[in-house]
Design a protein around this ligand. Structure first.
Ligand code: LTN
Length: 345
C-alpha cells in the first residue's frame, strides 16, 4: 500500500492507430503513469458490445497492447493488462447491475447515439456503463483521466458506488473523473476541419502510427495549407497551418508560439518538410519497439500476463468484499465432494 492516488484508465481496442490517437491518448497515458499508481486496461470485453470479427478483436487487443508499451508505458511502474484476463471485471459488472437502474442506463447519450439506426443492438451495448463502473470500482480508484465524452459514464459510476456503499456498507472509493485539457486535437492533413481518423476523411491526410518514414514525409509534403505565406496559429483562418504547428509542437515538445517565431518567413515548403521530419523522428523509435513486440508475441503475452496478475491481486479484495456484503455464501473448497476419487472405485 502506498499513499499515491490510484489511477484507472480504460483503453478501447480499435483499428489502426493514428497520430491523433498519440496526441490525445498514448502521450497522456505516459504522463499519467507518473502521477500515481496507474492501471491501464485494454477493455476488450467492451469491444464486443458492437459487432466485431473475432480475428479483429484479437488483432486490436495485441496491437493496442504493443502500442501502449511502445509509446512508453512501463510495465514495472504501471499495471497494463487486458480486461478479459481478469475475470473479476465480468463478475463485478453482474453484481453492480443490481445497483444500477434501467432508467439510469436508458438516459446514457452514448447508448442512444450508438444504437440509433442499427438493426442489431446488443444487450451489452445497453449495460456497457455497468462493466465500466466495475472496471473503475474494483481498484478503489481515486482518479479516472478520461475524455469529456465519457463524463456521463463516470458520473453514473459515482452514483452506483454511492448507492452500493449505502445499501451494503462502505465498499468503494467514489472516484473522480479528471478531464484533461484536450491536448492538440490533430486534424486530417487534407481536410484540416475534421479530426484525424481512420474511419472518415481522406486517407492521404491520416498519419498512421505504423506508416513508413517516406509515407509520412509524403503526407506532410502534400498537406493542405492556404494561399498566404505566413506561419501563424489561427485555426479559423488558417486551419491547415495551425494543425501543422500543433503537430510540430506534439512531436518536438516546443510550444506553438516558439515554433511561430522559429519559422517566421521560412516558407510553407520548408516548414512542411520539417514537420514531416519531426514526426518521423518521434515515431521511428516507437515503431521499432512496436515491431519488436509484434514479432515476439510471447514477450507481449508475458508482459500482459504480468499485468493481469498484478491486476488480479489488486482487485481481488474488493470483489470478495462485494460478494460477502451482498450476502453470497462463500464456496469452501473440498467440503461438499471430499477428495477426488478415481472413476469406478
Ligand atoms: N468507455 C471508455 C473506455 C473505458 C474506460 C473504462 C475508461 C472502459 N472502461 C474505465 C476509463 C475507465 C471509452 O470509450 N473511452
Amino acid at each position: 500500500m502506498t499513499d499515491e492516488p490510484r489511477i484507472f484508465s480504460g483503453i478501447r481496442a480499435t483499428g489502426d492507430k493514428t497520430l491523433g490517437n498519440y496526441s490525445g491518448g498514448y502521450r497522456q497515458y505516459v504522463a499519467t503513469q507518473e502521477q500515481g499508481e496507474a492501471f491501464f486496461c485494454i477493455v476488450d470485453l467492451h469491444s464486443i458490445t458492437t459487432p466485431i470479427e473475432p480475428d479483429d478483436l484479437r488483432e486490436y487487443t495485441l496491437s493496442g497492447a504493443a502500442m501502449l508499451f511502445a509509446t512508453g508505458l512501463d510495465p514495472d511502474r504501471s499495471t497494463v493488462f487486458a480486461q478479459s484476463h481478469v475475470v473479476a471485471h465480468a463478475e463485478a459488472a453482474w453484481l453492480l447491475s443490481a445497483a444500477t437502474s434501467f432508467g439510469e442506463l436508458r438516459r446514457m447519450t452514448q447508448f442512444k447515439e450508438k444504437s440509433e439506426g442499427q438493426d442489431f443492438v446488443s444487450a451489452g451495448l445497453f449495460t456497457y456503463p455497468v462493466l465500466m463502473a466495475g472496471d473503475i470500482l474494483l481498484y478503489q480508484t481515486d482518479i479516472v483521466p478520461i475524455g469529456d465524452d465519457q463524463r456521463q459514464h463516470v458520473e453514473l459510476t459515482r452514483d452506483v458506488a454511492e448507492r452500493f456503499n449505502q445499501r451494503y456498507g462502505e465498499t468503494f472509493t467514489v472516484p473522480r473523473g479528471v478531464y484533461p485539457e484536450e491536448g492538440a486535437r490533430i486534424k486530417n492533413l487534407q481536410e484540416p476541419e475534421r479530426l484525424m481518423s481512420t474511419t472518415r476523411g481522406a486517407p492521404q491526410g491520416v498519419v498512421r502510427m505504423v506508416d513508413e518514414p517516406d509515407v509520412i514525409r509524403k503526407k506532410f509534403k502534400t498537406a493542405v495549407t492556404d494561399s498566404e505565406r505566413e506561419i501563424r496559429h489561427d485555426p479559423e483562418a488558417k486551419p491547415g497551418i495551425s494543425n501543422l504547428l500543433e503537430i510540430m509542437s506534439v512531436a518536438t515538445g516546443d510550444p506553438v508560439a516558439e515554433l511561430e517565431r522559429r519559422y517566421d518567413g521560412a516558407g510553407y515548403g520548408r516548414f512542411k518538410e520539417d514537420v514531416g521530419e519531426a514526426v518521423v523522428a518521434l515515431l521511428s523509435p516507437i515503431q521499432d519497439r512496436y515491431r519488436e513486440l509484434r514479432a515476439d508475441e510471447r514477450e507481449l503475452q508475458r508482459l500482459l500476463a504480468v499485468g493481469a496478475e498484478k491486476a488480479r491481486r489488486a482487485s481481488e479484495p474488493t470483489l470478495e468484499a462485494m460478494y460477502e456484503r451482498m450476502g453470497f455464501v462463500k464456496a469452501e473448497a473440498g467440503r461438499l465432494f471430499g477428495a477426488a476419487r478415481p472413476r469406478g472405485l
